[in-house]
Design a binder for this molecule. Sequence first.
Ligand SMILES: NC(=O)c1ccc[n+]([C@@H]2O[C@H](COP(=O)([O-])OP(=O)(O)OC[C@H]3O[C@@H](n4cnc5c(N)ncnc54)[C@H](OP(=O)(O)O)[C@@H]3O)[C@@H](O)[C@H]2O)c1
Length: 508
Amino acid sequence: MADDTHPLLEGLGVERVSEPVAVVIFGASGDLTSRKLMPALHALMAGNQLSPATAVVGVGRSELSDDDFRERMRKAVEEAGPVDERAWQALAAGLRYVSGGYGDEDTYRRLEVVLDGLDERIGTSGNRLYYLSTPPRVFATVVHRLGQRGLHRPAGEGKFARVVIEKPFGRDLRSAVQLDEALHEVLDEEQIYRIDHYLGKETVQNVLALRFANSIFEPVWNRRYVDSVQITVAEASGVGHRAGFYEEAGALRDIVQNHALQVLALMAMEPPASMSPKGIRDEKVKALEAVDLLTPSEVATETVRGQYGPGWVAGEEVPGYLEEPDVDPSSHTETYVAMRLRIDNWRWAGVPFYLRTGKRLPKRATEVALGFKAVPHLPFAATQATELGPNALVLRIQPDEGITLRFGAKVPGQAFEVRSVSMDFSYGAAFIEAPAEAYERLLHDALLGDPTLFIRTDEVEQAWRIVQPLLDAWAEDPHPPAPYAAGTWGPARADELLAEDGRTWRRP
Ligand SMILES: NC(=O)c1ccc[n+]([C@@H]2O[C@H](COP(=O)([O-])OP(=O)(O)OC[C@H]3O[C@@H](n4cnc5c(N)ncnc54)[C@H](OP(=O)(O)O)[C@@H]3O)[C@@H](O)[C@H]2O)c1
């Protein structure tokens, strides 16, 4: 093809400027707003990707004046990196704060007055992006109140009112359905943008580029050549100051239900006809639908739940989960999950997908590895190939983003000996363009009305459908999770799970 852009990739990463808009952040006094949202808005403004007529309105119970809020946001931007004064001034002119309870009618009356004022003064022209950055239990209340006031309705032809929702989307299948019902009482699905920041990562999007812009990978991307797939989301950190949240969530809800299954869907999906939001999301849903649900007895044989004990990580002695501040000393919350899943369709029948995630593992690493089948016949003596492992294609999502291909090569010398070697592609070395921060990419997409990288309601439900049997079985299980020492790769049972199939976990 003469053009450089593959038709499937059109629109991805092309610089676009969003329309005038008021971004309303509920829970703006919180951590996410300071650490991610405001720095992302600043970076977008500095990159000329936002209309100069972009206002940011914080809403929250904390009593703050407009000036207090502006000062906080300035600090947040400074902490994130160098400040572009022109961009900051443009944003600062449209920064407002509305104090009030999320269920309080008067909050929304005053919010409406502020928004109308911004339309007049800044020219935000009736467009609204509501960002729900509060704890999830407040989501339904905010949306209900927006609906009562009519603030959820686009201000006219060609105008938009969208709502961005942060994960977690429910805490099980039932509550996820309930949350969606509450949202849909007020909003159309097209107005809802459910964020999983993993999908904002360049390397996650690169799974699509790798698979669908190249002709050399797709022919082997199936059961005929792939022996097994491993998805690893490893964290070296412990629960930190998030014990309150984590005790309620655990690794299954925190990572598997969203990030890990999103990565699995992108790996396993069929090629979409186009990169349209519908094209991609339809195929992801189909892949998730094809995941075989575990029965209660299979939860015991196909999954592993673990909890870290004391140990050493990166040369530092660290406490076990039960010794962490604010953790119930008899807690059964899992900090590690491993599972073997099957995808029942033509492409993947018989290929095990091994997923694992954990805290306090030896290093932070997210990767997807395809292990390939052995050649049908090895024309060498076994002694000539003792150091030959399976061919593997590894997509390193973070850190050290890149791709590694492992294959056999002849060891130089008189003897004919074959050994596995790696061919490496590294983003940092191949591109001078800095990757956009995930929140930058996703906020910009939400402002542009591109929902491709957001999670549709049926994706959320399919993901809960897959993890629900584990939640149910573990809730009934009186045994504590299997212990593992901090700084190791999880409980021994996780190694046995793969050993049963004659395989081993990769060491990222
Ligand atoms: N922080 C992250 O890195 C991160 C990552 C992924 C997802 N998320 C999700 O993003 C959302 C916001 O995260 P965050 O870390 O900014 O949350 P946060 O700091 O705990 O809360 C944000 C704001 O919500 C209000 N709030 C807190 N507890 C409340 C309660 N019980 N009832 C009503 N309002 C309450 C507070 O504002 P006022 O007191 O002023 O009302 C608080 O400043 C959450 O849904 C979280 O799960 C966060």
